[in-house]
Write a protein that binds this ligand. Structure first.
Ligand SMILES: Nc1ncnc2c1ncn2[C@@H]1O[C@H](COP(=O)(O)OP(=O)(O)OP(=O)(O)O)[C@@H](O)[C@H]1O
Ligand SMILES: [Mg+2]
Length: 473
């Protein structure tokens, strides 16, 4: 089998003299590097990858791409700027591949959608998909440089925090199909308005292949604007999805269960009934966008829809654990990976649909949503309505902004407040009882993950045979 890049192909694409061996993978992190990978010494926010070149070579890197002035020995491919070389490699990878390519952006649901496409497209062909949330100026070229020469489909996540960031990434990816999941106030602290966010998302069409398809959320307030932008930037086809009666991929009905949903939809001219393996109405709506992409790529819709039954909510993004706690079992919904107003509302509505035991409680453990700038106070205070709507019985809150929500909720709902997430740990561990459902959510930097960890460390997972042992102290 051909390697990902032969030694000569790699050097030619990176614009340097050949060196080292064939390249079987691409790495920008020596800690996760596999033997045979080419290591790119990228300067990040904290570290300069040049500090780890010898470590990368010791771990078996086939070659390390470094700046000319780097002082060191070994299989070194010297270039002006390693990130520039990675971008060049990304362009070469895209140019040589015959795959049908999709790009996914949007305010929420990018990674979930991309992972669902891995399953849905993988059911009918070979597929390459970006890893994790590798969606920025490092992640996108890295994911492209890893694109094997012979896959049928490729899906790349593209993200942004500021205007202007998506255009160069979209131009690199050159998608045949570009999906915008939705436009919501996420990272709005870096923007003038919600319209400005919609404008930045529309940059994805700057890279759309001529005549390509724009897949757009028909229910979103910015649909008309995005449609117009897509057309102006050369889209040949608009494929809309949603509940709206004009949506080409339209939700007809959905039965929401605790662990999944059954969906009836009209996908262009086909009736489809399928199961979405991750629960929540937001996942049902995402599934419409996912199948729209499957259709637009020309992949097998029936196989794709069937595969959605196998979706699971990832760690920190809705993954559930049943814990053995005093008085029985409790359900932990871990949403601690990230939070913004849209995903907070989705998570609260998921909490509302999760059954609790008799005399038990729905407990919402909420940390600050970050990067909302001047909008932060009002967007936090506004959540009170969603908390009440979700029939939450107890709220635990931490962070300066969540204090504003705390002030808005009735006294009877107040469990505990602490400035830092760590201040809630003991209270939460002591509070939980059999039948309770606990949902933990906040932006990553709000460190809510430690609360999920604390519960998991204290109480064994149900069904593992371990029993709950009261602490002696
Ligand atoms: N359509 C949606 N509406 C509201 N919330 C959603 C929607 N889709 C997913 N979410 C929620 O948003 C959170 C983040 O999901 P996901 O990781 O897929 O988003 P992302 O756009 O990749 O985020 P990031 O910008 O961090 O990469 C999850 O908690 C998920 O449940
Ligand atoms: Mg993501």
């Amino acid at each position: 089998m051909m390697p990902l890049w032969t030694r000569d192909e790699f050097a030619e694409a990176a614009g340097a003299m050949p060196c080292g061996g064939d390249v079987t993978g691409i790495s920008i992190d020596s800690r996760t590097l596999n033997p045979g990978d080419a290591y790119f010494a990228i300067k990040g926010d904290v570290h300069d990858g040049h500090e780890f070149v010898s470590q990368a070579l010791e771990k078996g890197a086939s070659v390390a791409v470094v700046r000319h002035e780097y002082e060191g020995e070994g299989a070194l491919l010297r270039v002006d700027e390693p990130l520039g070389a990675l971008n060049a490699l990304a362009r070469a990878a895209r140019a040589r591949c015959k795959a049908r390519v999709a790009a996914v952006t949007g305010s929420v649901g990018k990674t979930g959608t991309k992972e669902a496409l891995r399953l849905a497209l993988g059911a009918g062909g070979q597929v390459h998909v970006s890893e994790k949330s590798y969606n920025n100026q490092w992640g996108v070229p890295l994911s492209l440089a890893r694109l094997p020469r012979d896959v049928d489909y490729a899906v790349f996540e593209i993200g942004m925090n500021h205007p202007g960031e998506i255009t160069p990434l979209a131009v690199l990816v050159r998608p045949h199909v570009a999906l915008i999941t939705t436009v919501e106030p996420v990272h709005i602290g870096f923007f003038k308005s919600l319209e400005a966010i919609a404008g930045a998302k529309a940059e994805i069409f700057d890279g759309l292949e001529p005549g390509g398809t724009a897949v757009l959320n028909r229910d979103n307030a910015h649909f008309a604007y995005l449609e117009q932008q897509a057309r102006a930037k050369g889209a040949g086809r608009i494929l809309s999805f949603g509940v709206h009666e004009d949506a080409r991929v339209r939700l007809k009905d959905a039965a929401m269960h605790e662990d999944d949903s059954c969906v009836a939809a009209k996908i262009c001219d086909h009736d489809a009934i399928y199961k979405m393996g991750a629960p929540g109405r937001h996942m049902v709506l995402n599934s419409l966008g996912i199948l729209a992409v499957v259709e637009a790529l020309g992949a097998d819709l029936a196989l794709g829809a069937l595969a959605l039954a196998n979706i699971r909510a990832p760690e920190g993004r809705g993954a559930r654990t049943r814990l053995r706690v005093p008085g029985g079992e409790a359900v932990l919904i871990d949403e601690s990976y990230n939070a913004n107003p849209a995903s907070m509302r989705a998570a609260l509505s998921l909490l509302a649909t999760t059954a609790k035991g008799t005399n038990a409680r729905r407990i919402a453990v909420l940390g600050d949503m970050l990067e909302l700038g001047d909008y932060a106070p009002v967007l936090h205070a506004e959540l009170a309505a969603s908390v009440l709507g979700a029939q939450v019985d107890v709220v635990f809150a931490s962070g300066a902004n969540m204090k504003l929500l705390w002030a808005k909720i009735p006294q009877a709902l107040r469990g505990a407040y602490a400035a830092e997430a760590s201040g809630l740990k003991q209270r939460l561990v002591d509070e939980i009882r059999g039948g309770d459902v606990v949902m933990i959510k906040g932006s990553l930097a709000s460190c809510m993950g430690q609360l999920a960890e604390a519960l998991k460390n204290r109480y064994p997972e149900a069904g593992t045979g371990k029993t709950y042992a009261p602490e002696k102290d």
